[in-house]
Design a protein around this ligand. Structure first.
Ligand code: NAD
Length: 476
């Protein structure tokens, strides 16, 4: 049982919510041509604001503004000057971090503790990191005079709205490109607050443009003939459609798609630490994490012990108001995502896996799903193969390291993996065997701006973060 805590609510008053928002084009907020849509709080279903939907003509205006800014100011400015703007943006993000964290938590449903301690500090860190590269591009290992590509079209998902924005915008700008970014339709608000931050930093108009809207706005951006680079993070299905639609062009594309990561616990692992890593791996951000450790592989000899401790730990997770600083697990981002989690977990039961959740009261309004584990899962089960993108863990077992590798790699995805063991040599051996872009050892979901991130197979191609992340925005 958990302790009783008094509520510790973060104040909403730091956020200045407007009733409606337009698009950010050429340094200014302008009305969208399409019909507006609502952004709701996933925790309460309260309408937070009306958001403008950009149509083909709006997207064209944004691309033209980005083109002008590219040729007239941003690509001709020295790297040192660009760096000053990026440092300024990074510092303003730190100064306004509380406001950003509260708005992210309100709009996305993630716990304020995570938005405040993980998302927003990382967002600032990515801007600081790439600011540092802006005047050193010739030393990045991509030739003596690497050049920007031009105008980048960038499309991001709803699970880490600000962080995905930072992963896309910071390297693009550092390398001298200008951008048109489309946030996900359920989480536009922090991207629009970021637009205000660009104004506050006196960023030249047109360097960053934000077009809000749903899939059709994204399609207009992908289809625009004057885009020099596309970067997409989202589902494998949409990623494949984008790859198909640009196949006949020369536009370079990076795709960061889905995952079904194995989190592998050997019998010599520090079990309590591993249990924390399992919980962080799948319940962080309600499991809305592309690299979530959604397939737990436990060595048979410690299975009973790991499972007992995992259940005990799960019973202490606090679920509820995302703005309460005690909350560990917040709301599911949308009713559509909740329906998908219900559908796949029902399939898990009908295929014969055993379902368990700790006792917990779900709030009446909003979109909620209790942390859940499935045992008795086989590799053929859909819950072991498909990305659920929610707080649902499938547990499998193995006997030998070779079996662990075979099971871990038995997936169409290849984004991340985790290894828990006391032996350094085994960590290195496993890292070589695992077909995953990121392999964490005795930790999970750890991000750092200096470290590249990206997938194999159906998890996409290209890398973001680190020196590698610059390469995607440079011609060399
Ligand atoms: P999604 O693919 O439905 O949407 C992602 C973005 O694409 C949204 O902005 C959406 O409006 C836009 N979009 C939708 N249809 C489009 C189209 N036809 N053309 C252009 N744009 C279109 O994905 P989602 O449900 O928002 O996000 C969840 C998925 O994202 C998960 O599969 C997750 O694994 C993945 N993801 C991957 C990473 C990574 O780095 N690999 C990170 C976060 C999320």
């Amino acid at each position: 049982m958990g302790f009783e805590y008094a509520p510790a609510l973060e104040s909403r008053s730091v956020v200045d919510l407007k009733s409606s928002y337009g698009l950010f084009i050429d340094g200014e907020f302008v009305d969208a041509s399409g019909p507006s849509f609502k952004s709701v709080s996933p925790a309460t279903e309260e309408v937070l604001a009306e958001i403008g939907q950009a149509d083909v003509a709006d997207v064209d205006r944004a691309v033209q503004a980005a083109r002008r800014a590219y040729s007239r100011t941003w690509s001709v400015m020295s790297g040192g000057e660009r760096a000053k703007y990026l440092y300024r943006i990074a510092r303003i993000i730190q100064e306004r971090s509380r406001e950003l964290a509260v708005l992210e938590s309100l709009d996305n449903g993630k716990p304020i503790r995570e938005a405040r301690d993980i998302d927003v500090p990382l967002v600032a860190a990515y801007f600081f990191y790439y600011a540092g590269w802006a005047d050193k591009l010739e030393y990045a290992g991509f030739g003596a005079d690497p050049r920007p590509l031009g105008v980048a079209g960038q499309i991001i998902p709803w699970n880490f709205p600000l962080l995905m924005l930072a992963w896309k915008i910071a390297p693009a700008l550092a390398a001298g490109n200008t951008v048109v970014l489309k946030p996900a339709e359920t989480t536009s608000l922090t991207a629009l607050l970021f637009a205000e931050i660009c104004q506050q930093a006196d960023l030249p108009p047109g360097v960053v443009n934000i077009v809000t809207g749903a899939g059709s706005t994204g399609q207009a951006l992908v289809a625009h003939p004057d885009i020099d680079k596309l970067a997409f993070t989202g589902s494998t299905e949409v990623g494949k459609a984008i790859a198909r639609s640009v196949a006949a062009t020369n536009t370079p594309v990076t795709l960061e798609l889905g995952g079904k990561a194995a989190n592998i616990v050997f019998d010599d692992a520090p079990i309590d630490q591993a249990v924390e890593g399992i919980v962080n791996g799948i319940f962080f951000n309600q499991g809305h994490v592309c690299c979530a450790g959604s397939r737990l592989l436990v060595q048979e000899s410690v299975y009973d012990d790991v499972l007992a401790r995992l259940k005990r730990r799960m019973a202490t997770l606090r679920m509820g108001d995302p703005l309460d600083k005690n909350t560990d697990v917040g709301a599911i981002n949308s009713s559509e995502q909740l329906a998908r989690i219900h559908e796949l977990t029902a399939v898990g039961e009908s295929e014969g896996a055993e379902r368990w959740s700790p006792p917990c009261d779900l709030p009446e309004r909003g979109f909620w799903f209790a942390p859940t584990i499935f045992t008795g899962v086989s590799q053929a089960h859909r819950i072991a193969r498909e990305e659920i993108f929610g707080p649902v863990l499938s547990v499998l077992t193995f006997r030998t390291p070779a079996e662990a590798v075979e099971k871990a790699n038995n997936t169409p995805f290849g984004l991340s993996a985790g290894v828990w063991t006391d032996k350094g040599s085994r960590i290195l051996w496993m890292a070589n065997q695992l077909r995953a872009g990121v392999v964490w050892a005795n930790t999970f979901n750890r991000f750092d701006p200096t470290s590249p991130f990206g997938g194999y197979k159906e998890s996409g191609y290209g890398r973001e973060g680190g020196r590698h992340g610059l390469e995607a925005y440079l011609a060399h």
